[in-house]
Design a protein around this ligand. Structure first.
Ligand SMILES: *Cc1c(COP(=O)(O)O)cnc(C)c1O
Length: 366
């Protein structure tokens, strides 16, 4: 068996220790004589798994008691619909468009009310975060929506927007648990787990209790109401039991690593290795404004499409996989999620330097 360095944006690399533990427990989980995927979601053994997962996430993120933690099927796109369906009271939502995921969320919300784009960085291919200090937030807005870390473009909000008192809703899919966040600054934080937490198909929503309403339009499907999950401990129907178990294992792994402060430090170190090299290279360069750079997703290019393609091909043959950029941006993208070891980034940069030598007419980059 040999493992590659997997730079995929998602589904993405998982901690090897977690995968090994899951493998060891595959046939007999904790003396139950069965795999977690064979287990009733109503069993005491499973209740313990989901309870511990929730508690460990609360500990890691320091989630206050007046926020619910909800495990919801359907991944990110279901949240694009659930947010407006559950939050529209006056029927206006203000969206800050910093990439394709924010744009899709906005387009979905338009079906349910007056969803407005109050800022955008589309004019320069989403390569920066717009100034959000004094936006025309609607007096009637039920919320302001952002995508905190833009997976495709490699930007992040280093500062939260001034919402002028409105509740902030954030998609944190690709920076989930990568560094500490002050939960109290948000009305809802939600993330699809397949970027930085666990297996695809599950989202975790952290929702302030007063935003969980029962009195929605009676046509809203029961599985699309936050209250359904809040009232049942995310066990209204059969949840994605195995995914939740895997997320729980990752939470325990994160605690063992020292929690989110330690992850932040490590993620900063890893990203600096790649960004420092990109800033000094004459062959490769980053594509976004330096002040808005993401720690998690690092897009980069050469000046030639042929060289980009050659790089992706040779990198893959050398065991650095999924470096091809998103189809809407081109070039390359390295995702440096929590489970990517520092050695992986160091090895990638060494490979990039070696690649540069013959392709720069024999001039080696140091
Ligand atoms: C991947 C991603 C999504 C989409 O998630 P799905 O689970 O595929 O629906 C949404 N938002 C962000 C920030 C993402 O990175």
């Amino acid at each position: 068996m040999s493992r590659v360095y997997n730079f995929s944006a998602g589904p993405a690399v998982m901690p090897e220790e977690v995968l090994k533990e899951a493998a060891a427990e595959m046939l007999d989980y904790n003396g139950t004589g069965m795999s977690v995927m064979e287990m009733s979601h109503r069993s005491a053994a499973y209740q313990k798994i989901i309870d511990e997962a929730e508690q460990d996430l609360r500990d890691l993120m320091n989630i206050p008691d007046n926020y619910k933690v909800l495990f919801i099927q359907g991944g990110g796109h279901v949240q694009f619909s659930m947010v407006p369906m559950n939050l529209f009271v006056k029927g206006t939502g203000d969206y800050i468009i910093t990439g394709q995921w924010a744009k899709k969320a906005w387009q979905e919300a338009k079906k349910y009310g007056n969803a407005k784009a109050i800022a955008s960085s589309e004019d320069r291919t989403f390569s920066y975060i717009p100034d959000c200090s004094d936006l025309p937030v609607d007096e009637d807005a039920d919320y302001v929506y952002i995508c905190l870390n833009n997976t495709i473009y490699g930007t992040v909000f280093h500062e939260l927007p001034n919402t002028k008192g409105k509740d902030l809703v954030a998609d944190i899919s690709s920076c989930f648990l990568s560094e500490p966040l002050d939960v109290t600054k948000f009305g809802i934080l939600w993330g699809g787990v397949q970027k930085n937490v666990g297996p695809a198909g599950l989202a975790i929503a952290i929702v302030r209790e007063d935003l969980i309403r029962e009195d929605l339009d009676p046509k809203v499907p029961v599985m699309l109401k936050y209250s359904t999950y809040a009232n049942s401990g995310s066990l209204y129907n059969t949840p994605p039991t195995y995914n939740i178990y895997m997320c729980g294992k990752v939470f325990k792994w994160l605690k063992k690593q020292g929690g989110l402060e330690a992850m932040k430090k490590r993620n900063e170190e890893k990203a600096a290795i790649l960004y420092d090299y990109l800033d000094s290279s004459s062959l490769f360069h980053g594509t976004v404004e330096k002040k808005d750079r993401s720690l998690m997703n690092v897009p980069f290019v050469t000046d030639s499409k042929e060289l980009n393609d050659l790089f992706v091909k040779e990198a893959e043959a050398a065991g650095f996989v999924n470096l091809k950029g998103h189809r809407s941006v081109g070039g390359m993208r390295a995702s440096l999620y929590n489970a990517m070891p520092k050695e992986g980034v160091e090895a990638l940069v060494a490979f990039m330097k070696d690649f540069g030598a013959p392709n720069l007419g024999g001039v080696a980059e140091i």
